[in-house]
Write a protein that binds this ligand. Structure first.
Ligand code: CA
Length: 230
C-alpha cells in the first residue's frame, strides 16, 4: 500500500478541503488538528510527506517540522498564514521542502505535494546505506531498516529512532534527555526514564555484542560504541 500524506491543520474546513483534493488525486490521507497527535502519527502512520500548518493550538508547528526532518527524514510542505518573507525563509531553512501561503489554491497545493514526493523519491533511491563496525551494523534510511550481520532487526519506531540518533555521531555520548528529544521530537514529563527500557529492549534485539554496540556511559547516557565505516 502507498504511504499516506499526513495533513496537520487545526482549521477543519481547510483540513477537509485538502483531504478531498488529495484523495481525488489518488492519495491515501491521514489528518489531524493536533501537533501532539501529529508527532505520534509520524511514527505510526509512516507518512510519505507531511503537510503542516505552522500555527497549531497545542504545540509549535516548528517542533513538528523538526521532528519530521530529524531522523525520520519525512519531507514537509509547510502551510501557513504567516506571509512575511522572513518567515518563509526561516521555514525553508529549518528544513521545509516547500512553502504555501494561505489563502491557497488546493489544486496548486496538490501539485506542489506531488512535486516534493517526486523529488524525494529520487533522492531516497540514491541514498547510501551507512555501516558501522566493519559492515556488521547497517542502517538503511530509505528502507527504514537496521541490519546486524545481514539480518534485518524488527525494531519499534522508538528503537529505530534510538539507533539512528546514536549512529548519527558514533562515539558521541547522548544524555537521556537528548535521546528523548531526538526520538520523540519533543519533551514530555517522565519520559526520560523510559529511555532505559527502550535501550534494554533494543539491546535484546542486538544480541551478544549489544553492550558494545550501544554503550552505557555511567551518569551520562549512551553512545554508539562502533565506529562508522569509511
Ligand atoms: Ca492554524
Amino acid at each position: 500500500m502507498a504511504r499516506p500524506v499526513l495533513v496537520v491543520e487545526d482549521d477543519r474546513e481547510i483540513r477537509d478541503l485538502v483531504r478531498r483534493y488529495l484523495e481525488r488525486a489518488g492519495h491515501a490521507v491521514h489528518t489531524t488538528g493536533s501537533g501532539a497527535e501529529a508527532l505520534r502519527l509520524l511514527d505510526t502512520a509512516d507518512p510519505a510527506v507531511l503537510v503542516l500548518d505552522l500555527g497549531l493550538p497545542d504545540i509549535d508547528g516548528l517542533t513538528v517540522l523538526a521532528a519530521a526532518r530529524d531522523g525520520r527524514q519525512v519531507p514537509v510542505v509547510v502551510l501557513t498564514a504567516r506571509s512575511a518573507v522572513e518567515d518563509r525563509i526561516d521555514g525553508l531553512r529549518r528544513g521545509a521542502d516547500d512553502y504555501v501561503t494561505k489563502p491557497f489554491s488546493p489544486t496548486e497545493l496538490v501539485l506542489r505535494i506531488e512535486a516534493v514526493l517526486h523529488r524525494t523519491r529520487g533522492a531516497q533511491a540514491e541514498r547510501v546505506v551507512t555501516s558501522y563496525g566493519a559492515g556488521r551494523l547497517q542502517v538503511d534510511e530509505a528502507r527504514h531498516e537496521v541490519r546486524l550481520d545481514g539480518v534485518v532487526l524488527d525494531l519499534t519506531p522508538t528503537e529505530w529512532g534510538l539507533v539512528t540518533a546514536l549512529c548519527s555521531a558514533p562515539g558521541r555520548v547522548y544524555s537521556r534527555y537528548e535521546l528523548v528529544n531526538r526520538v520523540r521530537g519533543y519533551e514530555f514529563a517522565g519520559y526520560e526514564r523510559t529511555i532505559d527500557s527502550h535501550v534494554k529492549n533494543l539491546r535484546h534485539k542486538l544480541g551478544p555484542d549489544a553492550a558494545r554496540i550501544v554503550e552505557t556511559v555511567l551518569g551520562v547516557g549512551y553512545r554508539l560504541g562502533w565506529s562508522r565505516d569509511e
